[in-house]
Design a protein around this ligand. Structure first.
Ligand SMILES: Cc1ncc(COP(=O)(O)O)c(C=O)c1O
Length: 433
């Protein structure tokens, strides 16, 4: 029986009159998968309810901040308490210090942190800092990697070959050509593409920035040798290695991707989990680099709401909870269970898929071969994905509305019954006959 989406549709018709495209972030519009977007009413644990009362197992988890599930009690309690006072002071408060100390404990190569509000800001500041430290302008990024809507990072030459040219194509209107020209785009898991860029421009490169586990074209695991090679190239050329761990930070390992793969970057960008679901992000690194930021150094960065007590309370509650619960074994277990469920359901329907997973980040690609880079991710059967996406909705599973987004698991997914996890996935794949 088909679910009703009547109220979502009515609200969406109203939303498009006052919100651009009816949304405040483009992916939410369902443009890629077709149909009208759902509107959320409430969420708890592993479930989300839309405004029509349909209940979904939520694999979006707000794109990453919820490590333990929706409506998390310790964070709600911390927020209730902090909301008795002023939401912001414009002065430093003790919570910021405690939050920084707990975070730094999990980043062995870092000694200092700056709190900001969004992942975009953290990445923007990281490359400004790298440019300030090195006195160089060029930035190397990877095809398909997203670092927020920072002007000079919104370029993605789109194919491994084009990546080697300096003719990077902008991903948006409104990007000054002068900034686009400062980006060099390499291919993920292809050290040679990076070596060639350094061979040509090595003396002008300020930094290499990457998602150490690619998550913004869906999940793609790194070759450990690739990460080691990047570390070596950056050190040799005096360029900074920046890990954008906005998505992977405190998710793929208790010490983030850098802990999982044993590579120490020069700077780390964090977001999502470190804010416990509120706007809070971080830039961290050794004191010799971080002290180049204002007020100690000449690289300017500031924020009216940076480190506000409300976001800090949520982030701090999250960090303490992680210390207490150590959820990573449980996340790995439920990740394996979900991976198996997808593979078995697809195999029963004779549908070729490739499941890509690193811990609690997972993607299903409608292609046979595993993915190693953005080009592989783009070579999927999008029509099949769209049928599957709508099949999943009908079966009561909420996915990100795009074939190029990671699904996020929370530890509460491990408590789902067989009916709610394997059963719903099995039902969804019946769209393939
Ligand atoms: C790896 C990565 N970097 C940066 C960002 C930007 O973060 P925000 O949306 O908080 O600005 C994102 C957002 O999803 C991300 O996944």
């Amino acid at each position: 029986m088909s679910q009703s989406y009547e109220k979502s549709q009515l609200l969406h018709s109203r939303a498009i009159k006052s919100l651009v495209g009816g949304v405040n972030s483009p992916v939410r519009s369902f443009k890629r998968v077709g149909g009208k977007p759902l509107l959320a009413e409430k969420a708890a644990g592993a479930f989300l309810w839309d405004v029509d009362g349909n209940r979904y197992v939520d694999f979006v988890m707000s794109y990453g901040p919820h490590l333990f599930g929706h409506s998390p009690e310790p964070i709600k309690m911390a927020l209730k308490k902090v909301c008795e006072g002023s939401p912001c002071y414009g002065m430093t408060s003790e919570g910021e210090i405690e939050w920084a100390e707990l975070l730094l404990k999990r980043l062995p190569g870092a000694e200092k942190v700056r709190a900001l509000s969004t992942g975009t800001e953290a990445c923007m500041t990281a490359i400004r800092l790298a440019r300030g430290i090195t006195g160089r302008d060029l930035v190397v990024k990877f095809s398909g990697h997203y670092h927020g809507h920072v002007d000079s990072l919104m370029v993605d030459a789109g194919s491994g070959i084009a990546t080697l040219s300096s003719e990077a194509a902008p991903d948006s209107k409104g990007l000054p050509r002068a900034l686009v020209d400062l980006a060099r785009v390499a291919e993920f898991n292809n050290l040679e593409s990076v070596a060639q860029i350094f061979a040509k421009d090595g003396n002008s490169i300020a930094c290499v920035i990457l998602e150490p586990v690619m998550g913004n074209m869906g999940v793609v695991a790194p070759d450990p040798a690739f990460l080691r090679g990047l570390r070596e190239i950056c050190t040799r050329h005096g360029a900074l290695l920046i890990f954008d761990e906005v998505m992977t930070g405190l998710r793929v390992h208790s010490r983030s991707a850098q802990g999982r793969y044993g590579i120490t970057p020069d700077l780390t960008c964090l977001g999502k989990i470190v804010g416990g679901g509120l706007p809070l992000s971080a830039l961290a690194g050794p004191a010799k680099f971080m002290d180049q930021l204002a007020p100690l150094g000449g690289v300017y960065q500031a924020g009216t709401l940076s480190g506000n007590p409300v976001s800090i309370a949520a982030g701090l509650a999250m960090l303490k909870w992680i210390d207490q619960e150590d959820p990573y074994a449980r996340l790995e277990e439920v990740g394996q269970r979900l991976e198996r469920a997808f593979l078995e359901a697809a195999s029963r329907r004779k549908r070729e898929i490739s499941v890509s997973r690193v811990g609690s980040m997972i993607s299903v690609y409608f292609r046979k071969d595993p993915v190693r880079n953005a080009n592989d991710c783009r070579a999927v059967d999008e029509a099949a994905f769209n049928r599957y996406f709508h099949g999943m909705l009908e079966a009561g599973c909420l996915l990100p509305p795009s074939p190029f987004e990671a699904y996020f698991l929370a530890s509460v997914h491990a408590d789902l019954s067989k009916d709610d996890l394997e059963g719903r996935i099995e039902k969804a794949f019946s769209v393939f006959g």
